[in-house]
Design a protein around this ligand. Sequence first.
Ligand SMILES: Cc1cc2nc3c(=O)[nH]c(=O)nc-3n(C[C@H](O)[C@H](O)[C@H](O)COP(=O)(O)OP(=O)(O)OC[C@H]3O[C@@H](n4cnc5c(N)ncnc54)[C@H](O)[C@@H]3O)c2cc1C
Length: 507
Amino acid sequence: MEHLPYRLAEDFDRDLGDPRDAAGSFSFARCLEFDEKEEFPDEICRGLEKWGLSSYYVPTRHGGRLSDYEQLLQLMRSVARRDLTVAVGHGKTYLGAVCAWVAGEPGQARRVGEAVMSGVPVSLALTERAHGSDLLAGEVQGHPAGDGRGGRIVSGEKWLINNATRGEMLSVLTRTDPGGGPRGFSMLLVDKRKLAEGTYRHLPKVRTHGIRGADISGIVLDGAHVPDEALIGTEGGGIETVLKALQLTRTMCAALSLGAADHGLSLAADFVEERELYGRRLVELPQARRVLAEAAADVLLHEALAVVASRAVHTLTGELSLTAAVTKYLLPSGTEDVLAALTRLLGARAFLKGVHAGGMFQKVERDHRIVGLFDGNTLVNLNSLVSQFRSLARCYRRGTGDAAGASAAYDLSVPLPEMDPAALSLVARRGSGVLATLQDSAAELARQAAENPARAEAAAAAERLLAVAGRLHNDMAEAPQPVGDVPPAAFETARRYTLCYAAAAVL
Ligand SMILES: Cc1cc2nc3c(=O)[nH]c(=O)nc-3n(C[C@H](O)[C@H](O)[C@H](O)COP(=O)(O)OP(=O)(O)OC[C@H]3O[C@@H](n4cnc5c(N)ncnc54)[C@H](O)[C@@H]3O)c2cc1C
């Protein structure tokens, strides 16, 4: 494939060696071993460092090689296809550093970039034991030091943090106004290497059912002094910075789901080729072929959405609140469905250890469960769409939204502009450019169908989609504007929105 992001990923994959060669350093067999021992795959991560993967986490303007999020998507997908623990354990550094790309001043972002490229693991510490998704309830304090030293004193516990122990730097969401509220939190970059002894300690690794080797632990900060330069962005701007940074990370989570699906599909395809029943191979049974074909079609749909979403980071930056929520909902939940269907296809072989492909399939399925949970779970993502319903419906009727940006995301031959973090926005003010292209895409397909009957079925499907999208936006316009609790029906409407969005992107 000549498209650069795919070619880069192919070269990367080849450099990592054949994963089926058990003796290779990043082989499926090695990954299973680390998983069995619940051990962090350190030596594999060192290999990724050597290749230079970390430089793709750092934007070019800060000295790295990240100029195209589609490239990062395909690189991380290649890692995830081999092993999700490695992808989550290594890729976490991108999540740890991203607040500096979004809101950091240039000198700070460059320093973080240098650290990342020299192999320093960075983590992102938002969650607290008692508060989960409820970031505004966070209790970790970041008070002014007030003793002539300047800087801040950080105290409190962050728990369930990926790489809290291994990470040398952490972006920590802290409460800087005791009253809290949307402007009551600030992001601080805590460099553990510079903290005074006794002002922090790690919490033990939490054992998990999936990504067993990952460092899922926590940290207690106890009067840790950080200098003024630790502040990322503005005082009180922490929640806004996090919400914008999550738009990027949630979009990039697509790589984890795609990689897991690729791996699951390949294990299932091998199985139906090898397994003989009733005097023929399983692949010859129509029902088995159907399950596999449907799973493959779903993965192609996910891939199309993910490619558009990763390009939209550059071309539709102001609408990323939508793209990220749609992608972070659809890819993890859709991939869970794909893996569930393949589990039924593999039957006992999905359940047994060491019989088919070393029992790898159950690891893929187990590991992937985390993708829908962290970085904003499924319901949190749907919820974020509900709050924009009224304005999205209004904009859809008016035909606004950045249709040109959407078209640039669809056309792989269009070079991507540099991503501008200043264009990130908490809401899509002019609606969705992707949905604004729906009418024209359907009309174009109808025009093609008039000349080519082979397109008639697709054109008819596009017509139906237009009708569905119209009804959906009517429902969104009429949905009660939630002041507090979101009614269950609104989540279902948001789910339908994600499907229409993906369909428009695919069309
Ligand atoms: C392996 C692992 C790694 C992690 N790594 C990190 C990390 O590196 N950094 C970090 O900061 N955090 C990390 N986390 C924490 C993770 O992001 C949180 O677990 C997640 O945000 C959700 O919190 P919770 O699971 O405690 O669920 P809760 O927030 O307690 O929610 C429980 C349930 O309530 C429902 N719910 C929640 N919110 C809503 C809503 N708005 N509307 C409707 N229903 C809702 C959902 O069903 C949800 O599952 C990690 C967690 C795990 C398991």
